[in-house]
Design a protein around this ligand. Structure first.
Ligand SMILES: Cc1ncc(COP(=O)(O)O)c(C=O)c1O
Length: 309
């Protein structure tokens, strides 16, 4: 049986740009996308504790939800293959009919795919919908879309010590990361409050969805649930850097990615990390950071989505 291990130390690289020098800002990137060829980014932090719980409860099957390019579905399929679980992916809308690279990969891992209409997909939280799935597939361990459950949040606490170890003593003021559900940000924020870190960095989430103000309430809900301390001052969610909305890639974003990748030996996914990166560039340019500030941007993975269908 394979041991589910989180990375101990993760490579960090310095991002160089004349604009960073001009403003006196140090920007570094934590390369979670390099921790494993397939199960990387923030996925192991959310998924591994869920897999451990599923295993301890005696489940042999895990079921979750996502779109046809979902990083979460991709990671769950690989995790199922690697750790000996059957997996079922309920795929949103007509997306599920398209043979994307993500779904082909999931199938090749042995995942059973169930495409459902957008209307049905919206009912995925209802008891009736879940009951019908159980009638069809038998019992399963359910992981919400994006790995957004309390076990996933708790798993992301470990990111804090991974970052601290990876920095090897160098100080940072702020950690920036892309937010979809806010699970990773919530776990990281709690994790930072629980480890011994004098002047722990502030956590700044960049929402990749349009109109993501509601996420603040969800993140606060997770924090209230798993932390006895009031962490309101420890994190911020920025909602103005979505570039038009989830999985919207305006030409300006694509140009930014090309320029960034030409300058740095780093590949970024356009859905998450590229938007967080663009936010960092724009905020530095707007003078929103004090001279001498040090920022650590987390590359949260998602590179499988760059492959074309
Ligand atoms: C590559 C990548 N980065 C960032 C995120 C956002 O993480 P969260 O949903 O925990 O906010 C996701 C979604 O899980 C993702 O797939």
């Amino acid at each position: 049986m394979t041991v589910l291990e989180q990375p101990i130390q993760v490579p960090i690289s310095k991002l160089t740009h004349p604009m960073f020098d001009a403003h006196g800002i140090n920007v570094q990137m934590l390369h979670l996308e390099r921790t494993d060829p397939l199960l990387n980014g923030n996925k192991p932090f959310k998924l591994f504790p869920n897999i451990e719980l599923a295993r301890s409860l005696g489940y042999q099957t895990m079921l979750s939800f996502g779109g046809a390019w979902s990083n979460h579905i991709h990671a769950l399929a690989e995790a199922g293959r690697r750790f000996g679980f059957s997996t079922i992916g309920v795929i949103r809308g007509d997306d599920g009919e398209r043979p994307t690279q993500t779904l082909n990969f999931a199938r090749s891992c042995g995942m059973t795919l169930l495409p459902v209409s957008r209307l049905d997909y919206r009912r995925r939280h209802t008891a009736e919908f879940i009951e019908n799935l159980k009638l069809r597939f038998g019992d399963f361990y359910l992981i919400p879309e994006g790995g957004a459950n309390q076990t996933g949040v708790t798993g992301c606490k470990m990111l804090a010590s991974v970052i601290q170890r990876s920095l090897n003593g160098s100080a940072i003021d702020e950690i920036v990361l892309a937010c979809g559900t806010g699970t990773t940000l919530a776990g990281l924020t709690v994790g930072l409050s629980e480890i011994n870190w004098v002047n722990a960095p502030h956590v700044r989430g960049i929402a990749v969805l349009k109109g993501a103000g509601f996420l603040r309430g969800e993140i606060k809900g997770w924090l209230d649930l798993i932390s006895p301390t009031d962490l309101a001052d420890c994190w911020t969610l920025e909602t103005e850097y979505h570039c038009g909305g989830y999985a919207r890639f305006p030409a300006s974003l694509m140009r930014f990615i090309s320029e960034f990748e030409a300058r740095n030996p780093i590949v970024v996914d356009p859905v998450y990390t590229a938007k967080a990166l663009l936010a960092v560039y724009q905020r530095v340019e707007q003078g929103l950071h004090q001279q001498g500030a040090s920022i650590l941007l987390i590359h949260t993975g998602g590179l499988q989505g760059r492959q074309q269908a």
